[in-house]
Design a protein around this ligand. Sequence first.
Ligand code: F6R
Ligand code: ZN
Length: 205
Amino acid sequence: MPAFEGTPVRAPRPFRVMLDFDTGSLTPYTDSFERRLSDMAVAYEDQDAVAGLLSAGQDPVIYTGYDADVPHAADHLPFRTTIINPGVIGSEFFMTKGHHHRRDTAEIYVGMSGSGLMIMQTRDGHARSAELVPSAAVYVPPGWAHRTVNVADTPLVFLAAYPGDAGHDYESVERLGFSRRVHRRDGGYELRPAAAPDREFRAGP
Ligand code: F6R
Ligand code: ZN
């Protein structure tokens, strides 16, 4: 062993990870994340349902994920899996917080298992949705905020890859909300316009 090894210099080399399409595990991973209801209480429309669960000591894990060891730096392509548990808050399905990228960059999503819906919208009010199922790849163009919703009663598992200097802006989505919401209806899902007027989508600053 040399006495002094110095600060490790990060010089990424080609590598591979193993993906489990059923569980969403990514091996090896460097970081993992977990979002509970309390981390995203404002995201749900039915605030009475949120308050009821939290005050009863129920704080379900909405989603988890695993990050591959890729620098968040220009020229790199970080990628991660996300696993959204099945469930509803009121009648609204479990979903991700959703975000814009700080720099308007694109992203690619690949469905691995389960069944979901991606909700996407621009700052000037255009909205689109796309089903995310195994073998489907969904392209999110630059400038489109995106949220993923689990519309089935099994976990929704997917992979996403995005430019390393994209950055994530959660704040504007928290403030403005998404214009389309995904609710359980007759054993399936229904897309509804956002209900609460103060959380309706408006053009951001
Ligand atoms: C990365 C991306 C996804 C999400 C993940 C969790 O740009 O879009 O990997 O980060 O599905 O969702 P959020 O980030 O909205 O909590
Ligand atoms: Zn993203």
